[in-house]
Design a protein around this ligand. Sequence first.
Ligand code: NAD
Length: 498
Amino acid sequence: MTEKILLHINGQDVPSSDGAVFSVKNPATGEEPYAVSHATPDDVDAAIQSGQRAFEDGRWRDVPARERARVLNRAAALLTERIDELARLETVQIGRTLREMRAQLRRLPEWLEYFGAVAQTAEDTGPNFGAEHLNVVRRVPIGVIGLITPWNHPLLITMKKLSAALAAGNSVVIKPSELGPVVPVLLAKLLEEAGVPAGVVNVIPGLGRTTGKALSEHPGLAKLDFTGGTETGRVIAANAGHSLIPVTAELGGKAPVLVFEDVDINRAAAGALFAAFIATGQTCVQGARILVDRRIYGDFVEALTKRVSALRLGDPLDLQTQMGPMVSEAQREKTADAVNRARAQGATVLSGGRAPEGQQYERGWFYEPTLVADVGPLQDLWYEEVFGPVTLVVPFDNEADAIQQANDSPFGLAASVWTQEIGRAIRVSKALQCGIVWINDHHRIDPASPWGGFKDSGLGSENGLDAYNACTKKQSLIINTSDSHFDWFASVEDLRYS
Ligand code: NAD
C-alpha cells in the first residue's frame, strides 16, 4: 500500500499547489511505499513566508533561551521513544541496514540537548570601548534558514542543522532529498508536539532542480545550510550569492586512510573495513583511499580482502545483514561505471566489482563490496567521489610519501591515521589538508565537535559553538555612561574635539 506524505507548512500538512507527487522507492525491493507531494516554487514561497511570520511575531525567537532548551529536550525525549519506528522508515527509504540506522538515530537526541545547552549558556560580550561608553555585543537570531539535505543520513544531517538553527531562535524551511523525504516531515510534527510553535519548522519535499533551486534562489532566506555533492554546492552557493545570502556547505570527499607499519594488522583492517563500507560506502567521509606502508602492504591487503569478501549483503531490515543495497539504480550505475573505467585504466579488482547474483538480489540495487588495487593519480578513481561500496588500496614508501598521496585530492573533508606511534600520529595529522582527522578510528562524530571540510569539501562547519554562532548575527549596543553635556554643533569656537 502506498502512503501519502504531504508538505508541512505553517503547522499544517498540505498538498502541493499543483497537486503533483513523486514516489519514493524501497532500494531493496523496488516497491514504492510513499507518494510524496512535490513542492512548487509557490509552495517554497509559502513555506518561507510562514517561517518569516513566525520569526517576526516572536513566537519562538522571543521565547527565553531556557524555555527553548526545555522544548528541545522534550523533543529529544519524544525522539528517543520513536527511534525504532523512525529507524525502520529510514531503512525502507534509503536501504541502509536497520542495525546501522538504529545505532545512528540513538545518538540524535544528543544534538537537541547539546544545542539547547549552548543556547542557555551563550553569553553576551562586553568589549572595551573606552571610559565613557559601555559596549554590549548580543547574538541575535537571523530569520529563516533554508536547509537542503542529502539522502545518505536523512535524519542525522537534518538534525545537525536544525538543532543549531532552532536553539538560536530561528525558523527553518527544510528541503530534504527526494530519495529520503519522509522522516524529516515526521520530525517537524514531533517538534511541534514538543512545543515548537507552528510555522517555525516547514518541510517542502521535492526535486533538487525545481524545489531546491527555488529555495536556493529565494531572497527571503537569512542563510542557506546545504549538504550534498560539490557540484550542487557550487550551483546553490552561486544562487544564494545573488541575494548575498550566506551559505554553509558540507560537500563531497575522498577520505584517505593511512596505515603505518606498526599497526596490528587485523585491527587496522577492521578499521579500514568500517571506514569504507558502512552505509554501503555512501558517506561523505568514506575511507575511499587506503594507503598502506609498503612493508606490510601484502599482509594487510590479504587480511582486508578476506574481510571484504566475507561481508554479508542482503535485506537491510534483517539485523544479520552487514551491507544493504545502494540507494538508487542511478547510484549503482555510477558505481559500476567507476569500477569498469578503473579496470579499463589498468586497476585490479581484488574483491567484488559486480552486482551480486541470486534471487534475493534481483529486485534491489545491490553491488558487491569492492576492493581495487593498482590505482594511481593517472586514473579517474583516484580523484572522483564514487559514493558507493568501492575503495582502493595502494602502498606508500615513507611518511612524506603517505602525506603527499593523502593530500593529492581536490577534496579535504576527513582522513584517518592508524599507528601506535604518538609523535607520528600528531605529525601526520597536522600535515593533512582536511577538516577532520581521526587517529586509530574513523566516522566518529559528536554534536560538540566541529564537522567541516577544507578545499572542495565545503564552507563553514556543522556542530559545536561555531555552528550555533553561524545561526546568529552580532548586534553591538553602545551605551553612553557619561553625565557630561555633549553638543558638537554648539559653538565653532569650541575646538576640544578637533
Ligand atoms: P546532491 O548534491 O545530489 O543533493 C543534495 C540535495 O541538494 C538534495 O536535497 C537535492 O535535491 C538538492 N539539489 C540537487 N540539485 C539542486 C539544485 N540545482 N538546486 C538546489 N538543490 C539541489 O547530493 P546527494 O546525492 O543527495 O548526496 C550525496 C553527496 O552529499 C555526496 O557528494 C556526499 O559526499 C555529500 N555529503 C556530504 C556530507 C558532509 O558532511 N560533508 C554529508 C553527507 C553527504
